[in-house]
Design a protein around this ligand. Structure first.
Ligand SMILES: [Zn+2]
Length: 95
């Protein structure tokens, strides 16, 4: 029994150039966001955004610049998530 069919005709096109271009585009997008809002500016507006989000606002429309930074900065995002959690807990405690 020869069940080995080695005649694989896979048309693989690695195309590293297009991948590189995608990465470059990604970096440009991130650079744009970071230059727009840095961690300091983000920190200054973080409690403001967290307050609005805790009240049910959409961070995308409330403070899009800060939201964009949160999406590419895990450190600030973590801080933001914690802040929202605290604010939500406080809201529940009040009523
Ligand atoms: Zn940051």
């Amino acid at each position: 029994m020869s069940n080995q069919n080695v005649n694989r005709n896979v048309t693989e096109d690695p195309n590293p150039e297009s991948r590189q271009r995608t990465m470059q585009l990604l970096h440009e997008m991130i650079a744009l966001h970071v230059s727009d809002v840095d961690c300091k500016k983000c920190g200054e507006n973080l409690d403001c955004l967290a307050e609005q989000v805790a009240q049910g606002a959409d961070p995308k429309t409330a403070l899009p610049g800060i939201y964009a930074h949160l999406r590419c900065c895990p450190k600030c995002h973590e801080e933001f998530t914690a802040l929202v959690a605290v604010l939500k807990a406080q809201q529940c405690g009040d009523c």
